[in-house]
Design a protein. Structure first.
Length: 212
C-alpha cells in the first residue's frame, strides 16, 4: 500500500508516518529527513538543499524526484511506502504517479492532516527533534537525550525559528495546498484526518480511516 501524507508543517506527519509504516510493514520515507541527513554528511545534494531549507523554501522538484526514485527502488519499499512530506508540488505528484505506474502501483490513499494555524505555530515553537532518528518532540528542551536511547539528543531545527515557520506556512498555502485539489481530481483516494489531540488519538483516526 502506498500512502501519501499531506499537511502543513507541524501537523504531526513525522510522528504518525513511522507508526503507520510499522503497522503496514512498509518503510516511511520523509524527504525532509533524507535532505537533513545529506546535509549532515556534506553531500552535494545536501549542500544544494541547505539554503532553500534554512529559509523555509521548497527545494527544487528535480532533487525531490531523484530522492523518490531512489527510495522507491529500494527492496524494502517493494510492497509500498508511507510518504511523509514527499509530495509538495503538482509536478512532484505527477512524478510520483509516473514512478509508481512504472512499478504497477498507484497512490492508494492520500491523508490530509488538518489543524488550525494557531495550534501549528504553538507546536512548532516548542518542537525539538532527535539528531539521530529525527523523532519530533513537543515541549522538550534541546540537549535532552532521545527516548529511543539511540545516542541522539534533541536539537531545535533552524527552520522552526519563527521567520522560517511563517515562510513554510506561506509556501504550504501557495504550493502544497493545491496538491490536495490535484489528488481529488486525479482519482487519489483522499481522507481528511483531524490532527488535533494526542498522537494516540490521531493514530486511532488514521487506523479507522484506512481500515487497518
Ligand atoms: P520537513 O522536514 O518535511 O518539514 O522538510 C524540511 C524542509 O525540507 C522543507 O521546508 C523543504 O525545504 C525541504 N523539503 C522536504 N521535502 C520536500 C519536498 N517534497 N519538496 C520540496 N522541498 C522539500
Amino acid at each position: 500500500m502506498d500512502v501519501v501524507f499531506l499537511g502543513a508543517p507541524g501537523v504531526g506527519k513525522g510522528t504518525q508516518a513511522p507508526r503507520l509504516a510499522h503497522r503496514l510493514g512498509v518503510p516511511a520515507v520523509a524527504t525532509g529527513d533524507v535532505l537533513r541527513a545529506a546535509l549532515k554528511q556534506g553531500t552535494p545534494r545536501g549542500l544544494e538543499a541547505k539554503a532553500f531549507m534554512d529559509r523555509g523554501d521548497l527545494v527544487p522538484d528535480e532533487v525531490i524526484l531523484a530522492i523518490m526514485k531512489e527510495r522507491l527502488a529500494e527492496k524494502e519499499a517493494a510492497r509500498g511506502s508511507v510518504l511523509d512530506g514527499v509530495v509538495r508540488t503538482i509536478p512532484q505528484a505527477e512524478g510520483l504517479d509516473r514512478m509508481l505506474g512504472e512499478l504497477g502501483r498507484s497512490v492508494n490513499w492520500v491523508l490530509s492532516f488538518e489543524l488550525p494555524e494557531s495550534e501549528i505555530v504553538r507546536r512548532l515553537s516548542g518542537r525539538t527533534t532527535c539528531d539521530v532518528c529525527h523523532t519530533p518532540y513537543t515541549g522538550r528542551a534541546p540537549s535532552t537525550p532521545c527516548d529511543r536511547r539511540d545516542g541522539g539528543s534533541l536539537v531545535r531545527r533552524r527552520d522552526d525559528e519563527p521567520a522560517a515557520v511563517h515562510k513554510r506556512l506561506e509556501v504550504y498555502r501557495q504550493q502544497t495546498a493545491p496538491v490536495l485539489a490535484w489528488y481529488e481530481t486525479h482519482g487519489g483516494r483522499v481522507k481528511a484526518i483531524d490532527a488535533s489531540g494526542t498522537p494516540d488519538e490521531v493514530f486511532a483516526r488514521i487506523g479507522a480511516a484506512l481500515g487497518v
